[in-house]
Design a protein around this ligand. Structure first.
Ligand code: FES
Length: 677
């Protein structure tokens, strides 16, 4: 009989095969992405396919009911034991008996697309470094003496075409009992990234392993450490969690940590210990919450700024505190997770650190670049990852520039009198009526505004505890829009502003948002000190962006992407009123969520993405803010709200800022026209 035509969807790959060929074999020969861990033994169920029957005019075939071999005992056994969706077959069991159209469902594709949030069109293709393989290993033979590891290598060569393996001592110690327990059939977890070299055996189990295979995407920030637990088989995020970075006790910002290391012998070792303890806490929390064992975690991808990078690695960051800011290494690193103190993970677990861009621009910026791909943008895009340190990228297809700017922790609610982390009870949105100067706000954990019915009851549980980062930005911007704050950042008095909410505080004034002191709660105000802290932070951010714009020779950007755990919550309008970011059409200012964390997750799911970002980073042009003469100039000019010199035409289209001046030294008690800068 003639060969049968087999068409696979969604790939569209087609070919002719002899009758009796298993579907899995046909898929492999055509290069169709059909998963298999057991190599066709009918036990892993990863090769599930859905045959289509009837007329397929699009493909020009008619599929007869007997186009595949009959349902067999192996499939029935699997269905009885584990269940199989009606209409599905096991690709390794079903044989081709006639022309057929075969659909490979996403769960059966190794390189399936991991679809990201709607905010981004980008999809990541699964291409993980760690995968499972079931093999039958030849038993030892007196006449042909060879080691168990060598026979395992031989089995992987012949059954999976894996040319070479290497194994650490932990695996060697486990090898012999596992082989015997599995009656010479074992599942092996192999790790192979984009670099040359052998596959590394991470772990092995008797028979078919059906436990978990996980990875951690870790965003190691100066203030918080966040991690996503991902399933390495399908890219799904099973759990996300975060802890404060315990290094905060050595200094809130990076430079104070570097100086701690400089001033205190052994200070770097203390900080290394602290950050590793923080990671341990996070891993413990995640494994408990996700109900997995830490041993099932095979890989960690870590993104961080250069100082955190060195401290995590146990390298004294002293060189990063002084020009020329030399890194010990800027290349990506592939290490044993245990070498980083991640001792709870699988003993053979691997850790991958993305490359650093420069002495001040770290692997976190590389991760943002991986997530947002400015190098593929048709228009000029500014990406700012707002944290204790702001990572800033500017570019398009032609070139990408990067810098980092020391914003300090004000945007995260630190150094703000009523500041707090984004948690239930924190004010996250705020509006001020420009006529009455009365505020209304929303707190995390409640959908109602404070002037809506039921607000008091709805927030009785959490209370109103403080202001988080996005809340303080809105508060300051709203104060500016309502005429309570002048262009230089001074809060007016009650007499100047016409509201009793502007209360004296020492020689300056504060704006009262909420007073719960009568019931034992806090009094939440925005003080002059808070305004100054926000001004410093936003000036640093703006000056960094401006410096990159100078390098490119432009005073205009087409798009702005706000990234960072807190960047996701910033209102573009308020950010622009403050002059945090350069003027741009408001609908072109988008939030990308935690882009560094997303970049880490992409690298965890795809070795091709690792290769890609390593190549991209080599092409990114680094700009050092600390030694750029114009940085200081830009910083000072950016202190005004929104800016002393630069115009904001797009902003003026939607907002008219009151021209007020509250400088006490001007001899006027009331309002006064402010000269335009
Ligand atoms: Fe494992 Fe088919 S390949 S069940």
């Amino acid at each position: 009989m003639a060969d049968a035509l087999v068409i696979f969807t969604p790939s569209g790959k087609r070919g002719r095969f002899a009758l009796g060929t298993p579907v899995l074999t046909a898929a492999r020969q055509l290069g169709v992405d059909l998963d298999s861990v057991c190599g066709g033994r009918g036990i892993c169920s990863r090769c599930q396919i859905t045959p289509g029957y009837g007329d397929f005019s699009k493909h020009g075939v008619r599929v007869a009911p007997d186009a595949l071999s009959d349902w067999n005992a192996v499939e029935q056994r699997y269905k009885d034991k584990r269940g199989l969706i009606d209409g599905r077959r096991l690709g390794c069991q079903a044989q081709i008996m006639g022309d057929v159209v075969i659909d490979v469902p996403p769960e059966s594709q190794v390189h399936r697309q991991v679809v990201r949030k709607a905010a981004s069109a980008r999809a990541v293709t699964m291409d993980p470094a760690t995968r499972l393989y079931l093999v039958d290993v030849t038993e030892p033979d007196m006449h042909e003496p060879s080691g168990d590891l060598e026979r395992l290598a031989q089995a992987l060569r012949s059954q999976w075409q894996i040319p070479e393996i290497t194994a650490g001592l932990d695996v060697l110690r486990k090898l012999q009992p596992t082989l015997r327990q599995g009656k010479w059939q074992v599942t092996v977890a192999l790790h192979k990234d984009h670099r040359d070299g052998p596959h590394r055996v991470l772990d092995l189990w008797p028979g078919l392993y059906e436990g978990g295979l996980y990875g951690l995407a870790i965003d190691l920030g100066s203030t918080t450490i966040a991690a996503h637990l991902c399933d390495l088989r399908n890219g799904a995020v099973l759990h996300s969690a975060g802890v404060m970075n315990p290094q905060i006790r050595f200094g809130e910002d990076l430079m104070s940590r570097v100086s701690y290391a400089m001033m205190n012998p052994g200070g770097d070792v203390e900080m290394t210990r602290a950050v590793r303890e923080g990671l341990d806490t996070l891993v413990a929390e995640i494994t408990v919450d996700a109900q997995i064992t830490a041993r099932e975690i095979m890989e960690a991808v870590i993104v961080c700024n250069p100082v955190m990078h060195h401290l995590l690695l146990g390298i004294d960051p002293v060189e990063l505190g002084q020009a020329p800011f030399a890194l010990a290494t800027s290349d990506a690193l592939n290490l044993g997770a245990r070498d980083l103190g991640l001792s709870a993970l699988n003993p053979s677990a691997r850790a991958y650190l993305l490359p650093c861009i420069a002495g001040h621009v770290g692997a976190d910026a590389a991760a943002v670049a991986l997530s947002e791909s400015p190098e593929t943008s048709d228009d000029l895009v500014l990406v700012v990852d707002v944290g204790t340190n702001a990572e800033i990228l500017l570019g398009d297809r032609r070139q990408v520039l990067a810098c980092s700017s020391p914003t300090g922790p004000a945007f995260e609610g630190a150094q703000i009198s009523a500041g707090q982390r984004a948690a239930p009870g924190a004010i996250e949105r705020l509006e001020i009526d420009p006529t009455t100067k009365e505020p209304r706000f929303r707190v995390i954990g409640c959908d109602l505004w404070s002037d809506e019915d039921g607000f008091a009851e709805a927030t009785a549980q959490t209370g109103i505890t403080g202001i988080c980062g996005s809340g303080i930005i809105e508060a300051v911007a709203e104060m500016r829009m309502a005429g309570l704050l002048d262009g230089s950042g001074l809060i007016g008095s009650a007499a100047q502003t016409g509201t009793a909410r502007c209360i004296p505080e020492g020689r300056t004034h504060a704006y009262l948002i909420h007073d719960a002191t009568a019931t034992g709660g806090p009094r939440i105000t925005v003080t002059q000190g808070d305004i100054r802290a926000i001004q410093l932070a936003k000036s640093a951010l703006y000056a960094g962006a401006r410096l990159l714009m100078d390098e490119i020779g432009t005073d205009h950007v087409d798009r702005v992407v706000l990234a960072g755990a807190f960047g996701a919550h910033i209102s573009p309008k308020h950010a622009m009123v403050l002059g945090m970011i350069p003027d741009a059409p408001l609908d072109q200012v988008k939030s990308a969520g935690n882009a560094a964390g997303t970049g880490a997750r992409i690298a965890l799911c795809s070795v091709a993405a690792r290769a890609g970002i390593e190549a991209t980073v080599k092409r990114i042009h680094k700009v050092e803010t600390a030694i750029a003469p114009r940085f200081q100039e830009h910083f000072v000019a950016a202190n005004a709200l929104p800016h002393a010199v630069d115009s904001f035409p797009e902003l003026s289209r939607i907002v008219t800022l009151p021209e007020v001046n509250f400088n006490a030294g001007d001899g006027e008690g009331g309002r006064r026209k402010r000269r335009r800068g």
